[in-house]
Write a protein that binds this ligand. Structure first.
Ligand SMILES: [Fe+2]
Length: 437
């Protein structure tokens, strides 16, 4: 199956894209940044008698992070409630539960500000909740068709600040909230610049409690964003939309995104061993948070591609963590099948990952990227060796997974640097069953 990179179905002049655009929340990074949360809210226009909501989960409430964050908000004179019922890989119903809480406490108008605290799941729950309260109705009104009604979010709502406790998903800066639809076994996104947070506060002291396996899994997601962003198509390979509003969220790589990819791959690959082996290593934790942020700036602007497209059907069917799914699929997809699209670029990635490519020709050096990535995963000692160990996937399920990928993930496949058929995808899944013995 081929795919169409045109960004608009309406008639327009066939001129190449000449413009790129970056939209980001305010970003505050470093040890002690959480102490500036009150100031950050103030700076976003939250006034004196405001009442806000922290959206988090039971674990983070239990270890005291939610209370600590609430203290920093209250120190500034704001009132704040805590909602700690967010679930992993949030469903539409989970967002509806949070919405009910908000409407019971504050009626239809909702809170004056929102704070998301946690991994991508908590942050996405906070993003979706604020968006639906501000625009009215229910969650499905804004989920893409055909699952939902696909209505536009016209109002971004009151200020939203996100505090990630993992270094991986990039949800703190992305314009998407990913939600699962239980009865259909699929994931859908609410995607809009009005879902994006107003500010992200990245404090490594909030990430030291993350256990080694989750540290490794979320790091693989972050590396995936950085590498897929570095190897997706160029922005000027798209056609220019007549209306700038039609420019896709994943708009291709630019000189800007490449800088962030390069730095992200370096930071993540050279610090993940330290962060996994000693969770209290604040220097490594801060480097990982920055690496994940840079990876997200690159990958979630330029565009994730084949590996992320293949990861969603796997995650939906087997309920695996997103990061570990990316970990097992990256070697055969991004660093295997895609290498032929631009071997020089993959040879550069091998260098960024720290591989020794001295004396090797371009093809051989490009192949070292995959070997180095797998060696890194084996070193971490907490990641599955392939799809089989991850979820017991066997040959029998590969055709279904390949079909789901090409049928439901064209948004991401469009970003892949080379065309991919259903048979290609099946072969890549097969190649991902065992990355090592
Ligand atoms: Fe991801």
């Amino acid at each position: 199956m081929s795919y169409d990179r045109s960004v608009s179905a309406s008639p327009h002049e066939l001129t190449p894209e000449t413009v790129w655009h970056v939209q980001m929340p305010q970003i505050r990074v470093g040890r002690g940044a959480v102490r500036e949360l009150g100031f950050q809210l103030d700076d976003l226009g939250v006034d004196g008698d405001a009442r806000g909501l922290i959206v988090t989960d039971e674990t983070l409430a239990g270890i005291g992070h939610a209370g600590r964050v609430a203290d920093h908000v209250e120190d500034r004179g704001f009132d704040v409630d805590i909602y700690d019922d967010s679930e992993r890989e949030p469903s539409i119903e989970a967002v509806e539960d949070c919405l009910s809480f908000v409407r019971e406490e504050m009626d239809e108008d909702g809170y004056d500000f929102y704070v998301g605290l946690g991994g991508g799941s908590c942050l996405d729950t906070a993003k979706a909740t604020r968006a639906v309260v501000a625009n009215g109705g229910e969650t499905l009104d804004y989920v893409a068709e055909p699952t939902g009604s696909g209505e536009d979010l016209t109002d971004s709502g009151p200020p939203l600040v996100l505090l990630p406790t993992t270094a991986g998903t990039g949800s703190e800066i992305s314009p998407v909230a990913i939600l699962s639809v239980a009865e259909k076994d699929i994931k859908e996104g609410i995607s809009s610049n009005n879902v994006r947070a107003d500010a992200a506060v990245l404090d490594p002291t909030l990430t030291t409690s993350l256990p080694p396996d989750l540290t490794a899994k979320t790091a693989m997601d972050a590396l995936g964003h950085a590498i897929e962003g570095y190897t997706t198509h160029r922005y000027d390979e798209l056609l220019r939309p007549e209306d700038p509003a039609d420019r896709p969220v994943y708009a291709g790589r630019t000189g800007f995104t490449e800088l962030f990819s390069e730095k992200a791959i370096d930071l993540l690959s050279s610090n993940v061993r330290r962060a996994v082996n000693n969770g209290d290593d604040l220097e490594a934790r801060e480097a990982m948070l920055k690496g994940a942020l840079y990876g997200a700036i690159a990958g979630l602007t330029a565009g994730a591609s084949l590996c992320h497209a293949m990861a969603y059907p796997v995650g939906n069917k087997y309920h695996t963590y997103h990061g570990e799914t990316i970990a097992v699929l990256t070697p055969a997809s991004t660093l295997g099948y895609n290498v032929a699209s631009d071997p020089d670029r993959f040879a550069d990635i091998a260098d960024m990952l720290g591989a020794n490519t001295d004396g090797l020709g371009t093809r051989a050096a490009a192949g070292r990227a995959r070997e180095e990535f797998v060696a890194l995963q084996r070193d971490l000692n907490v990641l599955p060796s392939g799809l089989h160990e991850l979820a017991g996937v066997t040959e029998d399920e590969i055709d279904w997974l390949a079909e789901q990928t090409v049928d439901t993930q064209q948004r991401l496949l469009r970003c892949n640097p080379c065309p991919v058929t259903k048979d290609d995808v099946a072969e890549i899944f097969r190649d991902s069953l065992h990355n090592w013995e």
